[in-house]
Design a protein around this ligand. Structure first.
Ligand code: PLP
Length: 400
Protein backbone atom coordinates (compact mmCIF):
# COMPACT_ATOMS: atom_id res chain seq x y z
CA UNK A 1 0.00 0.00 0.00
CA UNK A 2 0.87 3.67 -0.12
CA UNK A 3 3.29 4.90 2.52
CA UNK A 4 3.17 8.71 2.91
CA UNK A 5 6.40 10.62 3.45
CA UNK A 6 7.16 11.58 7.02
CA UNK A 7 7.09 15.27 6.08
CA UNK A 8 3.32 15.10 5.67
CA UNK A 9 2.68 12.82 8.65
CA UNK A 10 1.21 15.60 10.77
CA UNK A 11 -0.44 17.48 7.92
CA UNK A 12 -3.94 16.79 6.62
CA UNK A 13 -6.51 18.46 4.40
CA UNK A 14 -7.64 21.46 6.38
CA UNK A 15 -10.66 21.27 8.68
CA UNK A 16 -12.06 24.27 6.81
CA UNK A 17 -12.16 22.28 3.58
CA UNK A 18 -13.66 19.27 5.41
CA UNK A 19 -16.47 21.40 6.84
CA UNK A 20 -17.01 22.99 3.43
CA UNK A 21 -17.27 19.55 1.82
CA UNK A 22 -19.73 18.31 4.45
CA UNK A 23 -21.86 21.45 4.09
CA UNK A 24 -21.82 21.15 0.29
CA UNK A 25 -22.89 17.49 0.52
CA UNK A 26 -25.78 18.43 2.84
CA UNK A 27 -26.80 21.11 0.35
CA UNK A 28 -26.77 18.58 -2.50
CA UNK A 29 -29.06 16.42 -0.38
CA UNK A 30 -31.56 19.27 -0.43
CA UNK A 31 -30.91 20.79 3.00
CA UNK A 32 -31.04 24.62 3.10
CA UNK A 33 -27.43 25.04 4.28
CA UNK A 34 -25.91 28.52 4.51
CA UNK A 35 -22.13 28.39 4.23
CA UNK A 36 -20.30 31.14 6.12
CA UNK A 37 -16.93 29.49 5.61
CA UNK A 38 -15.64 30.99 2.39
CA UNK A 39 -12.23 32.64 2.40
CA UNK A 40 -12.93 34.71 -0.67
CA UNK A 41 -14.83 37.89 -1.56
CA UNK A 42 -18.26 37.31 -3.12
CA UNK A 43 -17.57 40.13 -5.61
CA UNK A 44 -16.48 39.51 -9.19
CA UNK A 45 -13.03 40.30 -10.62
CA UNK A 46 -13.26 43.88 -12.03
CA UNK A 47 -13.98 44.15 -15.78
CA UNK A 48 -10.82 46.13 -16.56
CA UNK A 49 -8.79 43.25 -15.13
CA UNK A 50 -10.69 40.62 -17.12
CA UNK A 51 -10.25 42.71 -20.28
CA UNK A 52 -6.49 42.94 -19.69
CA UNK A 53 -6.35 39.15 -19.49
CA UNK A 54 -8.30 38.78 -22.75
CA UNK A 55 -5.99 41.25 -24.48
CA UNK A 56 -2.96 39.31 -23.19
CA UNK A 57 -4.31 36.09 -24.66
CA UNK A 58 -4.98 37.75 -28.02
CA UNK A 59 -1.50 39.31 -28.00
CA UNK A 60 0.06 35.87 -27.58
CA UNK A 61 1.19 36.30 -23.97
CA UNK A 62 0.56 32.62 -23.48
CA UNK A 63 4.06 31.24 -23.00
CA UNK A 64 6.44 30.77 -20.07
CA UNK A 65 7.39 34.10 -18.54
CA UNK A 66 10.43 35.24 -16.61
CA UNK A 67 10.91 32.87 -13.65
CA UNK A 68 9.61 34.97 -10.78
CA UNK A 69 7.51 37.59 -12.52
CA UNK A 70 7.25 39.52 -15.79
CA UNK A 71 9.14 42.83 -15.91
CA UNK A 72 5.78 44.64 -16.24
CA UNK A 73 4.32 43.02 -13.13
CA UNK A 74 7.50 43.48 -11.09
CA UNK A 75 7.45 47.17 -12.02
CA UNK A 76 3.79 47.45 -10.99
CA UNK A 77 4.62 45.80 -7.66
CA UNK A 78 7.58 48.11 -7.00
CA UNK A 79 5.27 51.06 -7.70
CA UNK A 80 2.53 49.62 -5.51
CA UNK A 81 4.88 49.26 -2.54
CA UNK A 82 6.12 52.83 -3.04
CA UNK A 83 2.70 54.41 -3.61
CA UNK A 84 0.62 52.56 -1.02
CA UNK A 85 3.15 51.55 1.62
CA UNK A 86 5.95 54.11 1.36
CA UNK A 87 8.49 51.30 0.96
CA UNK A 88 11.19 51.27 -1.73
CA UNK A 89 11.99 47.90 -3.25
CA UNK A 90 13.91 47.39 -6.49
CA UNK A 91 12.68 44.90 -9.09
CA UNK A 92 15.35 42.49 -7.83
CA UNK A 93 13.77 42.69 -4.39
CA UNK A 94 10.32 41.56 -5.51
CA UNK A 95 9.02 38.16 -6.54
CA UNK A 96 5.78 36.79 -7.99
CA UNK A 97 4.33 33.33 -7.39
CA UNK A 98 1.20 31.26 -7.89
CA UNK A 99 -0.65 32.86 -4.97
CA UNK A 100 0.66 34.15 -1.67
CA UNK A 101 0.50 30.53 -0.61
CA UNK A 102 3.34 29.66 -2.97
CA UNK A 103 5.25 32.74 -1.75
CA UNK A 104 5.08 31.26 1.78
CA UNK A 105 6.09 27.88 0.46
CA UNK A 106 9.04 29.25 -1.53
CA UNK A 107 10.20 31.33 1.43
CA UNK A 108 10.13 28.50 3.97
CA UNK A 109 11.58 25.93 1.53
CA UNK A 110 14.39 28.35 0.81
CA UNK A 111 15.20 29.23 4.42
CA UNK A 112 14.31 26.45 6.85
CA UNK A 113 16.50 23.56 7.95
CA UNK A 114 15.14 20.65 10.01
CA UNK A 115 14.27 21.85 13.51
CA UNK A 116 14.31 25.55 12.70
CA UNK A 117 11.53 27.38 14.51
CA UNK A 118 8.87 29.74 13.22
CA UNK A 119 6.90 31.77 15.76
CA UNK A 120 3.23 32.03 14.82
CA UNK A 121 0.61 33.82 16.96
CA UNK A 122 -2.75 32.04 17.20
CA UNK A 123 -5.46 32.17 15.99
CA UNK A 124 -3.71 31.76 12.67
CA UNK A 125 -4.34 30.76 9.08
CA UNK A 126 -3.65 27.03 9.37
CA UNK A 127 -1.64 26.87 6.18
CA UNK A 128 1.19 28.67 7.97
CA UNK A 129 2.06 25.81 10.29
CA UNK A 130 1.34 23.12 7.72
CA UNK A 131 3.74 24.72 5.24
CA UNK A 132 6.37 25.16 7.95
CA UNK A 133 6.05 21.48 8.83
CA UNK A 134 6.20 20.27 5.23
CA UNK A 135 9.44 22.25 4.99
CA UNK A 136 10.85 20.46 8.05
CA UNK A 137 10.46 23.35 10.47
CA UNK A 138 8.79 23.59 13.85
CA UNK A 139 5.83 25.94 14.40
CA UNK A 140 5.94 27.66 17.77
CA UNK A 141 2.33 28.66 18.40
CA UNK A 142 1.63 31.53 20.80
CA UNK A 143 -1.97 31.99 21.99
CA UNK A 144 -3.26 35.56 21.62
CA UNK A 145 -6.85 35.74 22.86
CA UNK A 146 -9.62 38.31 22.48
CA UNK A 147 -8.48 40.17 25.64
CA UNK A 148 -5.15 40.87 23.86
CA UNK A 149 -7.07 41.98 20.75
CA UNK A 150 -5.80 38.74 19.16
CA UNK A 151 -2.42 40.48 18.87
CA UNK A 152 1.00 39.17 19.87
CA UNK A 153 2.58 41.07 22.76
CA UNK A 154 6.30 41.88 22.84
CA UNK A 155 6.86 39.93 26.11
CA UNK A 156 5.30 36.84 24.54
CA UNK A 157 7.56 37.21 21.54
CA UNK A 158 10.65 37.58 23.68
CA UNK A 159 9.83 34.44 25.67
CA UNK A 160 9.32 32.43 22.48
CA UNK A 161 12.62 33.38 20.83
CA UNK A 162 15.35 30.70 20.98
CA UNK A 163 18.66 30.29 19.10
CA UNK A 164 16.69 28.12 16.64
CA UNK A 165 14.13 30.82 15.79
CA UNK A 166 14.34 31.73 12.09
CA UNK A 167 11.12 33.67 11.57
CA UNK A 168 8.20 35.32 13.30
CA UNK A 169 5.14 35.39 11.07
CA UNK A 170 2.54 38.15 11.53
CA UNK A 171 -0.71 38.58 9.60
CA UNK A 172 -2.55 41.91 9.68
CA UNK A 173 -5.50 42.15 9.16
CA UNK A 174 -5.78 38.56 10.27
CA UNK A 175 -7.54 35.55 8.93
CA UNK A 176 -9.39 34.37 11.08
CA UNK A 177 -9.66 37.13 13.71
CA UNK A 178 -9.92 40.25 11.54
CA UNK A 179 -7.61 41.93 14.07
CA UNK A 180 -4.98 44.29 12.70
CA UNK A 181 -1.82 45.91 14.06
CA UNK A 182 -1.61 49.70 14.07
CA UNK A 183 1.81 51.38 14.00
CA UNK A 184 1.58 51.61 17.81
CA UNK A 185 0.75 47.93 18.11
CA UNK A 186 3.71 46.99 15.91
CA UNK A 187 6.28 49.27 17.61
CA UNK A 188 7.15 47.14 20.68
CA UNK A 189 7.36 44.00 18.54
CA UNK A 190 9.69 45.65 16.06
CA UNK A 191 11.85 47.02 18.89
CA UNK A 192 12.06 43.49 20.26
CA UNK A 193 13.14 42.17 16.86
CA UNK A 194 15.85 44.82 16.62
CA UNK A 195 17.30 43.29 19.78
CA UNK A 196 17.32 39.79 18.22
CA UNK A 197 19.16 40.12 14.92
CA UNK A 198 19.00 36.40 14.04
CA UNK A 199 15.19 36.49 13.84
CA UNK A 200 13.59 37.40 10.51
CA UNK A 201 10.12 38.86 10.09
CA UNK A 202 7.53 37.56 7.64
CA UNK A 203 4.39 39.70 7.31
CA UNK A 204 1.26 38.69 5.44
CA UNK A 205 -0.50 41.88 4.31
CA UNK A 206 -3.03 40.01 2.15
CA UNK A 207 -6.04 41.86 3.61
CA UNK A 208 -4.45 45.33 3.45
CA UNK A 209 -7.27 46.81 1.37
CA UNK A 210 -10.05 45.45 3.56
CA UNK A 211 -9.95 47.64 6.69
CA UNK A 212 -12.66 49.70 8.36
CA UNK A 213 -13.47 52.96 10.12
CA UNK A 214 -10.39 55.04 10.80
CA UNK A 215 -7.93 52.14 11.02
CA UNK A 216 -4.70 53.12 9.21
CA UNK A 217 -3.04 50.11 7.60
CA UNK A 218 0.74 50.09 7.87
CA UNK A 219 3.40 47.52 7.00
CA UNK A 220 6.34 46.95 9.39
CA UNK A 221 9.16 47.94 7.00
CA UNK A 222 7.55 51.37 6.61
CA UNK A 223 7.66 51.81 10.40
CA UNK A 224 11.12 50.35 10.95
CA UNK A 225 13.37 50.52 7.85
CA UNK A 226 16.20 48.89 9.84
CA UNK A 227 14.25 45.63 9.63
CA UNK A 228 13.99 45.79 5.84
CA UNK A 229 17.10 43.64 5.40
CA UNK A 230 15.40 40.75 7.22
CA UNK A 231 11.72 41.17 6.43
CA UNK A 232 9.62 39.48 3.77
CA UNK A 233 6.51 41.56 3.00
CA UNK A 234 3.85 39.33 1.46
CA UNK A 235 0.80 40.54 -0.44
CA UNK A 236 -1.35 39.51 -3.38
CA UNK A 237 -4.31 40.26 -5.60
CA UNK A 238 -6.63 37.48 -4.34
CA UNK A 239 -8.60 39.33 -1.69
CA UNK A 240 -8.32 43.01 -2.70
CA UNK A 241 -9.30 42.47 -6.33
CA UNK A 242 -11.47 39.37 -5.91
CA UNK A 243 -8.96 37.33 -7.91
CA UNK A 244 -8.58 34.16 -5.83
CA UNK A 245 -8.75 31.91 -8.89
CA UNK A 246 -6.09 33.77 -10.86
CA UNK A 247 -3.44 32.57 -8.40
CA UNK A 248 -1.06 35.52 -8.15
CA UNK A 249 0.76 36.54 -4.97
CA UNK A 250 3.89 38.60 -4.52
CA UNK A 251 6.43 39.75 -1.96
CA UNK A 252 9.21 42.21 -1.32
CA UNK A 253 12.35 41.25 0.56
CA UNK A 254 16.15 41.15 0.61
CA UNK A 255 17.76 40.18 -2.71
CA UNK A 256 19.46 37.01 -1.44
CA UNK A 257 16.21 35.61 -0.06
CA UNK A 258 14.26 36.56 -3.21
CA UNK A 259 16.92 34.76 -5.31
CA UNK A 260 16.74 31.63 -3.16
CA UNK A 261 12.95 31.62 -3.44
CA UNK A 262 13.29 31.75 -7.23
CA UNK A 263 15.43 28.60 -7.10
CA UNK A 264 12.58 26.73 -5.41
CA UNK A 265 10.02 28.14 -7.83
CA UNK A 266 12.12 27.20 -10.85
CA UNK A 267 11.73 23.51 -9.95
CA UNK A 268 8.09 23.76 -8.87
CA UNK A 269 6.15 25.82 -11.40
CA UNK A 270 8.75 27.50 -13.70
CA UNK A 271 6.72 30.72 -13.49
CA UNK A 272 3.27 32.00 -12.53
CA UNK A 273 0.54 31.99 -15.20
CA UNK A 274 1.32 34.48 -17.98
CA UNK A 275 -2.31 35.56 -18.42
CA UNK A 276 -2.84 36.01 -14.68
CA UNK A 277 0.27 38.16 -14.47
CA UNK A 278 -1.01 40.44 -17.24
CA UNK A 279 -4.33 40.72 -15.37
CA UNK A 280 -2.50 41.55 -12.13
CA UNK A 281 -0.59 44.39 -13.80
CA UNK A 282 -3.95 45.96 -14.59
CA UNK A 283 -5.27 45.26 -11.09
CA UNK A 284 -2.32 47.11 -9.50
CA UNK A 285 -2.00 49.93 -12.06
CA UNK A 286 -5.67 50.44 -12.91
CA UNK A 287 -8.39 52.37 -11.09
CA UNK A 288 -8.61 51.67 -7.36
CA UNK A 289 -11.78 53.60 -6.51
CA UNK A 290 -14.03 50.50 -6.48
CA UNK A 291 -12.09 49.26 -3.44
CA UNK A 292 -13.84 51.85 -1.29
CA UNK A 293 -17.33 50.70 -2.34
CA UNK A 294 -16.43 47.11 -1.60
CA UNK A 295 -14.97 48.12 1.75
CA UNK A 296 -18.18 49.99 2.62
CA UNK A 297 -20.22 46.97 1.72
CA UNK A 298 -18.04 44.67 3.85
CA UNK A 299 -18.23 47.16 6.74
CA UNK A 300 -22.04 47.17 6.72
CA UNK A 301 -22.02 43.39 6.87
CA UNK A 302 -19.39 43.38 9.63
CA UNK A 303 -21.51 45.75 11.72
CA UNK A 304 -24.59 43.61 11.16
CA UNK A 305 -22.83 40.38 12.14
CA UNK A 306 -21.03 41.81 15.18
CA UNK A 307 -24.14 43.44 16.64
CA UNK A 308 -26.33 40.37 16.06
CA UNK A 309 -23.73 38.02 17.59
CA UNK A 310 -23.24 40.19 20.67
CA UNK A 311 -26.99 40.19 21.26
CA UNK A 312 -26.96 36.38 21.57
CA UNK A 313 -26.62 35.02 25.08
CA UNK A 314 -23.38 33.02 25.39
CA UNK A 315 -21.54 34.57 22.43
CA UNK A 316 -19.04 37.41 22.45
CA UNK A 317 -17.66 39.13 19.39
CA UNK A 318 -14.85 41.68 19.26
CA UNK A 319 -15.22 44.24 16.46
CA UNK A 320 -12.54 43.41 13.87
CA UNK A 321 -10.46 46.13 12.18
CA UNK A 322 -10.32 44.34 8.85
CA UNK A 323 -10.64 41.28 6.58
CA UNK A 324 -14.12 39.72 6.23
CA UNK A 325 -14.24 37.46 9.25
CA UNK A 326 -15.55 37.61 12.81
CA UNK A 327 -13.97 35.41 15.46
CA UNK A 328 -16.38 35.07 18.37
CA UNK A 329 -15.95 33.58 21.79
CA UNK A 330 -18.45 30.82 22.56
CA UNK A 331 -17.45 29.81 26.09
CA UNK A 332 -20.93 30.86 27.24
CA UNK A 333 -22.64 28.04 25.33
CA UNK A 334 -20.21 25.30 26.38
CA UNK A 335 -21.56 22.95 29.02
CA UNK A 336 -25.10 23.39 27.68
CA UNK A 337 -27.16 20.62 26.11
CA UNK A 338 -28.77 20.55 22.66
CA UNK A 339 -32.43 19.54 22.06
CA UNK A 340 -31.03 16.20 20.82
CA UNK A 341 -29.45 15.68 24.23
CA UNK A 342 -25.82 16.29 23.30
CA UNK A 343 -23.65 18.31 25.68
CA UNK A 344 -21.43 20.91 24.01
CA UNK A 345 -17.92 20.39 25.32
CA UNK A 346 -15.74 22.15 22.77
CA UNK A 347 -16.12 24.78 20.07
CA UNK A 348 -16.32 22.09 17.42
CA UNK A 349 -19.35 20.54 19.20
CA UNK A 350 -21.02 23.95 18.91
CA UNK A 351 -20.17 24.38 15.20
CA UNK A 352 -21.27 20.76 14.49
CA UNK A 353 -24.55 21.59 16.22
CA UNK A 354 -24.98 24.75 14.12
CA UNK A 355 -24.34 22.79 10.93
CA UNK A 356 -26.48 19.77 11.73
CA UNK A 357 -29.43 21.45 13.43
CA UNK A 358 -29.41 25.05 12.16
CA UNK A 359 -27.82 24.30 8.78
CA UNK A 360 -25.26 27.06 9.13
CA UNK A 361 -21.63 26.21 8.35
CA UNK A 362 -19.02 28.10 10.38
CA UNK A 363 -15.50 27.06 11.40
CA UNK A 364 -14.46 26.21 15.00
CA UNK A 365 -11.58 28.09 16.61
CA UNK A 366 -9.74 24.78 17.01
CA UNK A 367 -9.15 24.87 13.23
CA UNK A 368 -7.15 28.06 13.80
CA UNK A 369 -5.34 26.99 16.95
CA UNK A 370 -7.42 28.94 19.50
CA UNK A 371 -10.49 27.77 21.43
CA UNK A 372 -13.28 28.25 22.31
CA UNK A 373 -14.16 30.47 19.37
CA UNK A 374 -15.73 30.20 15.93
CA UNK A 375 -15.16 32.04 12.68
CA UNK A 376 -17.83 33.50 10.43
CA UNK A 377 -16.92 34.69 6.96
CA UNK A 378 -19.31 37.52 6.07
CA UNK A 379 -18.30 37.57 2.41
CA UNK A 380 -21.88 36.73 1.47
CA UNK A 381 -25.13 38.63 0.88
CA UNK A 382 -26.86 40.53 3.71
CA UNK A 383 -30.02 38.48 3.13
CA UNK A 384 -28.12 35.25 3.74
CA UNK A 385 -26.32 36.74 6.73
CA UNK A 386 -29.60 37.82 8.36
CA UNK A 387 -31.13 34.37 7.81
CA UNK A 388 -27.98 32.66 9.17
CA UNK A 389 -27.92 34.88 12.26
CA UNK A 390 -31.63 34.27 12.89
CA UNK A 391 -30.87 30.56 12.84
CA UNK A 392 -27.81 30.86 15.10
CA UNK A 393 -29.88 32.90 17.55
CA UNK A 394 -32.67 30.30 17.60
CA UNK A 395 -30.15 27.46 17.95
CA UNK A 396 -28.51 29.16 20.94
CA UNK A 397 -31.89 29.88 22.54
CA UNK A 398 -32.77 26.17 22.24
CA UNK A 399 -29.77 25.12 24.37
CA UNK A 400 -30.42 24.11 27.96
N1 PLP B 1 -2.79 34.78 3.54
C1 PLP B 1 -3.95 34.75 4.21
C2 PLP B 1 -4.00 35.33 5.58
C3 PLP B 1 -5.08 34.14 3.65
O1 PLP B 1 -6.22 34.11 4.34
C4 PLP B 1 -4.98 33.57 2.37
C5 PLP B 1 -6.12 32.87 1.75
O2 PLP B 1 -7.05 32.43 2.40
C6 PLP B 1 -3.75 33.64 1.71
C7 PLP B 1 -2.68 34.26 2.32
C8 PLP B 1 -3.54 32.98 0.38
O3 PLP B 1 -3.75 33.80 -0.69
P1 PLP B 1 -3.47 33.34 -2.18
O4 PLP B 1 -4.82 33.17 -2.81
O5 PLP B 1 -2.71 34.47 -2.79
O6 PLP B 1 -2.69 32.08 -2.18
Amino acid sequence: GFRPASRIASVSVSKILQIGAKAAAMKRDGLPVIILGAGEPDFDTPDNVKDAAKRAIDAGETKYTALDGTPALKKAIVEKFRRENGVDYTTEEVTVATGAKQILFNAFMASIDPGDEVIIPTPYWTSYSDIVEICGGVSVLIPCDAKAGFRLQAEQLEKAITPKTRWVLLNSPSNPSGAAYSAEDYRPLLDMLLRHPHVWLMVDDMYEHITYDDFAFVTPVAIEPRLKERTLTINGVSKAYAMTGWRIGYAGGPKALIKAMAVIQSQATSCPSSVSQAASVEALNGPQDFLKDRRDSFRRRRDLVVSRLNAIDGLECRTPEGAFYTFSGCSGVLGKTTPMGKTLEADQDFTDYLLEEAHVAVVPGSAFGLSPYFRISYATSETELVEALDRIERACAALR
